[in-house]
Design a protein around this ligand. Sequence first.
Ligand code: SF4
Length: 356
Amino acid sequence: MESSSGTPATRATLLSFDRAALAARFVELGLKPFHAKIARAAVLEKGITDYAAMTSLPAAARELLSRELPILSSTEIGRRVAADRTTKLLLAFPDEARRSATVETVHIPARDTTSGKGATLCVSSQIGCPVACPFCASGRAGLVRNLEMHEILEQYVRGRALGELSRSVVMGIGEPLLNFANLSRALDVVHDEMAIGSRKVTVSTVGFPDRLRRIAPEKPRFQLAISLHTPDQEQRDELVPAMKGVAIEELLAAADDWFEKTGREVTYEYVLLAGENDSAGHAERLAQRLARRRCTVNLIPFNPVDDSGFGRPTEFAVDRFHQRLIERGIVATVRWSRGVESDAACGQLRVRSARA
Ligand code: SF4
């Protein structure tokens, strides 16, 4: 069996099947369809990843399933826990080409633990990334392969095992729109069986206008974030190399169409890089680009990446940029990354682990 990315499929796991196919697989194994229902709910709703803990299944069924049907395909090979309890997992997936098949998944607890809100999970969509943004550790070695649907899903299961989840951002390693078929199947399960509502899931992309226009009429069940990073065409071609030749205006027009078709406002992500794109002039030109558009700008002060040559802006520069946007009537927020002392920049843990 070939995966949608053309890579050899890994061994089937419980999460490789949809509900009906899993029931059929259980029957093949001599079990009942309701056993499949119990096992699936334990994994997706409670984050249980060991059949031995599924005590509502008969002991013989637990033993059989432990032998015949793995729940997860990945192995946790690294974990960093920051002082604020942000937890970054480094997961290794089987890969027949024996390349470095690792991704990062980050569990970010709610700031206010008394709010009753669960954590946000940051999920990867590909192993490596073909976009090659020069400030990002994930893009350095290029794309290894797409993640399969179940490999995306098991990041959610591992996240749920760390604590209740309220939100998710597909903002980890990879470009989600380049693995959209697998991602969208995984997000359907997240919505239907893990009860994370579509307004609580954000997919962050560098924005391929043709793909956005193709997907919008399907009214996908997520919020859209587009990584813009600069209002200037020449600089965007450098900061987001895979988008070279795509005019910013064309991208913004596709985002406008998205809003019209889905009724959901777009968020623009803007990584602030010291001395590169954080000047008052950049803020002014960004405000001009986005004038009269219903959207939010999410400013993300850069998390230093080893050897990248880019730096984190000062709080003064971040504040100046933010204020300038607000003065121009643009809705903007600043998102200081959490767990900064713990390889918080996307892809850092993966890169360091590959070097070790
Ligand atoms: S910032 Fe995102 S799109 Fe750019 S290389 Fe990194 S993972 Fe890929």
